[in-house]
Design a protein around this ligand. Structure first.
Ligand code: NDP
Ligand code: GDP
Length: 327
C-alpha cells in the first residue's frame, strides 16, 4: 500500500484529497499543526467521513526538523504540500507570516523530502493568483506571472523552488497551478462560501443583508473534488511537470452572487450591499484558465458546473444553519 503525506490535511483540499487517496488504497498521513482547538480541527475530515481513517501527526511547515522527523518516520511515497496561509486578503495584513508559511514553508517541505526521502513524489499547491495582473487573455503554463498580493508573491517563490528542486536535484516535483476551487468545505472567508452562507442565513431569517467588496472581478471557479483528482494524476506521470487546472469559464462575482441567491429563490439586489473596507489594496481583475495540457496529458476534465456547485453549497449551508437552530 503506498503512503501519502498531506500537509494542510485539515483544509478544504486536504480533506477531499485524503478521501480520494483512501479510496485509491493509500495509507494517508496528515500533518496537523498543534492547536488549542484540536477537537474541532478535524471537522472537514469528519464531514467527509474519513477522520478515523487518516493518521494525523503533529508538525508545522515552519519547523523543518518536525518535517524531517515525519518524513523519516512515515517514508511517504507521495507528498502533497497543501498547507499555507491561503487567504489573499489576510496576506496584506500579515505579509511576513504569509511569506514564512506559504513561501518558506514550501521550501522547508522540499528540503525535508530532499534530505530524508528524495525518491518521494512531490506536489506543490500553486495558484492562479500568481498570474495576477494577467499577461494573456487565457492563462496557461507559458503565461508570464505578475503577482498582485503578498500571498501571490509567496506562492511564486514556492512555485520556483519546486521547479528548482526538480531541475537541481532531480526530485519528482510537480506544481499544480490551480484556479479557484470551492465546495461546501471552503473556508467561510472566501467569496463563494461567504455568499452561500449569507444566502442560507437570509433564507432562514437569521440575517437580512450581506456585505461584499468588488463585484466586478471575474474568476474561473471549479469544484475542489475535481481539482484534487488533478493533483493525484500529476503524481501518476513518469515525468514531473507543471499544469494549469481550470474550467475555462470566467464569471463576475456579481453573476455568481445572482446564481447563488437564485438557488434559494431570492433576488440578490434586495440583500447585497458593498462595503469599501472589503475592497483590496490591489485586485486580480480577471482569471480565465486554459487547461489544455492537463486535459491532453492527464486526461483531466472538470465534472461540476458553477451552477451545480453553488446549489450544493447553498444546500449544505441551509442544512448547517437548520441543524444549529434545532440546537
Ligand atoms: P485551506 O485554507 O482550507 O487550508 C490550508 C491548510 O494549511 C489548513 O489545513 C491549515 O491548517 C494549514 N496550515 C496553515 N498554516 C500551517 C502551518 N504553519 N503548518 C502546517 N499547516 C498549516 O486551503 P485550501 O484547502 O483551499 O487550499 C489548499 C492549498 O491550495 C493552499 O496552499 C492554497 O493556497 C492553494 N490553492 C487553493 C486554491 C483554492 O481555490 N482553494 C487555488 C489555488 C491554490 P489549520 O486547519 O490548522 O488552519
Ligand atoms: P481569491 O481569488 O483567492 O482572492 O478568492 P476570494 O474568494 O477571496 O476572492 C475572489 C474575488 O472576490 C476577489 O476578486 C475579491 O476581491 C472578490 N470579493 C468581493 N467581495 C468579497 C468578499 O466579501 N470576500 C472575499 N473573500 N472576496 C470578495
Amino acid at each position: 500500500m503506498p503512503t501519502a503525506l498531506i500537509t494542510g490535511i485539515t483544509g478544504q483540499d486536504g480533506a477531499y484529497l485524503a478521501k480520494l487517496l483512501l479510496a485509491e488504497g493509500y495509507t494517508v498521513v496528515g500533518l496537523m499543526r498543534r492547536s488549542a482547538s484540536s477537537d474541532v480541527i478535524g471537522e472537514r475530515l469528519r464531514w467527509l467521513g474519513v477522520l478515523d481513517h487518516v493518521q494525523l501527526v503533529d508538525g508545522n511547515l515552519t519547523d523543518l526538523s518536525s518535517l524531517i522527523r515525519i518524513v523519516q518516520e512515515h517514508r511517504p511515497d507521495e507528498v502533497y504540500n497543501l498547507a499555507a496561509q491561503s487567504f489573499v486578503a489576510a496576506s496584506w495584513r500579515q505579509p511576513l507570516l504569509t511569506g514564512t508559511v506559504t513561501g518558506l514553508g514550501a521550501a522547508n517541505m522540499l528540503e525535508a523530502v530532499r534530505i530524508a526521502r528524495p525518491e518521494a513524489r512531490f506536489y506543490q499547491a500553486s495558484s492562479s493568483e500568481m498570474f495576477g495582473r494577467i499577461q494573456a487573455e487565457r492563462q496557461n503554463e507559458h503565461t508570464p506571472f505578475y503577482p498582485r498580493s503578498p500571498y501571490a508573491v509567496a506562492k511564486l517563490y514556492a512555485h520556483w523552488m519546486t521547479v528548482n528542486h526538480r531541475e537541481s536535484f532531480g526530485l519528482h516535483a510537480s506544481s499544480g497551478i490551480l484556479f479557484n476551487h470551492e465546495s461546501p468545505l471552503r473556508g467561510i472567508e472566501f467569496v463563494t462560501r461567504k455568499v452561500t452562507d449569507g444566502v442560507a442565513r437570509i433564507k432562514l431569517g437569521l440575517a437580512r443583508e450581506l456585505a461584499l467588496g468588488n463585484l466586478d472581478a471575474k474568476r474561473d471557479w471549479g469544484h475542489a473534488r475535481d481539482y484534487v483528482r488533478a493533483m493525484w494524476l500529476m503524481l501518476r506521470q513518469d515525468q514531473p511537470d507543471d499544469y494549469v487546472v481550470a474550467t475555462g469559464r470566467s464569471v463576475t462575482i456579481r453573476d455568481m452572487v445572482a446564481i447563488a441567491f437564485g438557488c434559494a429563490g431570492l433576488d440578490w439586489r434586495e440583500h447585497v450591499t458593498t462595503r469599501q473596507d472589503l475592497i483590496r489594496p490591489a485586485e486580480v481583475d480577471v482569471l480565465l484558465g486554459d487547461a489544455t495540457k492537463a486535459r491532453e496529458r492527464l486526461g483531466w476534465e472538470p465534472s461540476v458546473t458553477l451552477e451545480e456547485m453553488l446549489a450544493e453549497m447553498v444546500e449544505a449551508d441551509l442544512a448547517r444553519h437548520r441543524a444549529r437552530q434545532r440546537g
